[in-house]
Write a protein that binds this ligand. Structure first.
Ligand SMILES: C[S@@+](CC[C@H](N)C(=O)[O-])C[C@H]1O[C@@H](n2cnc3c(N)ncnc32)[C@H](O)[C@@H]1O
Ligand SMILES: [Zn+2]
Length: 265
């Protein structure tokens, strides 16, 4: 893990303290081994490129349960996501088009970019390659997803730090990030206000939030609560951005998804 990433992070337990390595390592830019909080007694393990703030947790409900299984993580990029893209947009909006929309809405971030709910890191890797050296970090709660993301980033020789953490709480210092991308996971959050107020807290002034969200589940609507999914119309997303103090709401409609961006003033 890069020392620069650790400097952006705050302890998720006391929500205050900075984290420091327990043992000094010879390489000044990198951190290995556990880190501890200067504000409380919490310790968290750090591996090569991964800090784990979650540890063991009870199995989640609904759709998220699948996203925390190893076989889904292994087949996500090659089989599962293409299947979802086809089912949702009938093949009219492929992954490259989706990425180009995110990329253009993100602008030119000057600082660290977070891929929130990064999954296996398909967009994290592309951002890390495209942003010309701006640091990119990925965050996800699913251990299998983030392990797959780490393995794929290594295979592609892309340098990305990953954090395993459970949003809406974001383990970052206030105003520490230049941009947040959240592709395909807004509808996993029951409490949209909590999510957006955290996003607004961690963004630097002028920092952009770019996200995609399901607006409806069509015929599958009645199954939403069993799947623990929360599709929302564009108006609800726009009003929630307003309440969080995020301005300049813009959107691209790709039914049943909407891709939107908003900015911290
Ligand atoms: C459908 S996948 C999207 C992955 C990737 N961004 C993409 O566009 O393919 C949703 C991801 O959000 C993650 N996720 C869901 N709830 C989360 C939470 N509370 N905190 C962090 N990650 C979460 C899941 O584990 C999963 O990897
Ligand atoms: Zn602490």
């Amino acid at each position: 893990m890069r020392r620069g990433t650790l400097e952006l992070v705050r302890c998720p337990r006391c929500r205050g303290g900075s984290l420091v390595p327990e043992a000094d390592v010879p390489e000044p830019q990198l951190v290995f081994g556990p880190v501890r909080c200067l504000g409380c007694t919490a310790r968290f393990p750090v591996g090569e490129g991964l800090i784990d703030f979650v540890g063991e947790r009870a199995p989640p409900h609904g759709w998220q349960r699948g996203l925390e299984s190893t076989w889904v993580a292994r087949g996500y990029e090659r089989y599962i996501r293409p299947g979802l893209e086809l089912a949702l947009t009938r093949g009219g909006f492929d992954r490259d088009s989706e990425y180009l929309v995110y990329r253009s809405l993100l602008g030119r971030p000057r600082g660290t970019v977070l891929d929130l709910g990064c999954g296996t890191g398909l967009f994290t890797r592309r951002l890390a390659r495209d942003l010309g050296g701006a640091p990119v970090v990925g965050l996800d709660v699913s251990r299998p997803m983030i392990e797959e993301a780490l393995a794929q980033a290594r295979e592609a020789s892309v340098s990305i730090d990953f954090l395993r953490a459970e949003a809406p709480d974001l383990p970052f210092q206030a105003a520490s990030l230049a941009a947040v991308l959240q592709a395909g996971s807004v509808h996993f959050f029951r409490d949209l206000d909590a999510l957006l107020s955290e996003v607004a807290r961690v963004l630097q002034p002028g920092g952009r939030y770019v996200a995609s969200a399901l607006t409806a589940l069509g015929l599958f609507g009645p199954l939403a609560s069993a799947a623990a999914l929360f599709p929302r119309p564009e108006r609800v997303l726009r009003e929630a951005c307003d309440r969080a103090g995020l301005i300049r709401f813009e959107r691209v409609r790709v039914p049943p998804l909407v891709i939107f961006s908003a900015e911290r003033p």
